[in-house]
Design a protein around this ligand. Sequence first.
Ligand code: GAR
Length: 201
Amino acid sequence: MTVPRLAILLSGRGSNFEALARAVRDGMVPAEIALVFSNRPAAPGLEIARRLGFETAALAGSGQEREAYDRQVVELLRARGVEWVCLAGYMRLLSGYFIEQYRGKILNIHPSLLPAFPGLEAQKQALDYGVKFAGCTVHFVDETVDGGPIIAQAIVPVRDDDDEDTLAARILEQEHRLYPEALRLVLGGRYRIEGRRVIMA
Ligand code: GAR
């Protein structure tokens, strides 16, 4: 049986990549991770991927024009037969070109209950705002920043004694659970998108 081929794109630590890789290894997510890619050649997540035996690639992203850069990335993905792309802490905006090439097949995880607190430092934004519930969101990627249709969310209560680190750590635990679950649902193919709503069959 052939399984969908995934690429994971990351820029840093790579803990969400590790959670996805575990889920694939354990058979919870029927897929193959064909490539782990980074816009930061020194990203710790790449090193972890190499140690786990995955193929990796990196292209330094800073100062590169967005579409020209993404054309190179898409070429790397196509050469490996990648059908689905999971952004896992990939801190570079995708060009319209990339999104068009993989329309409806790009997932992202964001550490807030979107549409609250898109962009950078979502956990700090939540604390500063004073919300009582934070969380994380897995969503399809479209041309908007952190704005595509929502696949799954998890709620994390904010405690009075939370600081950015404690809150981020509790959200991260949920991210590691939620991302594989959302990916499994989507790869199962039993959903439809109505407007902004992702409806599971
Ligand atoms: C995660 O918290 C992820 O939700 C966030 O970056 C972190 C990456 O951690 N992503 C974003 O903020 C995207 N807008 P990781 O490298 O350990 O997976």
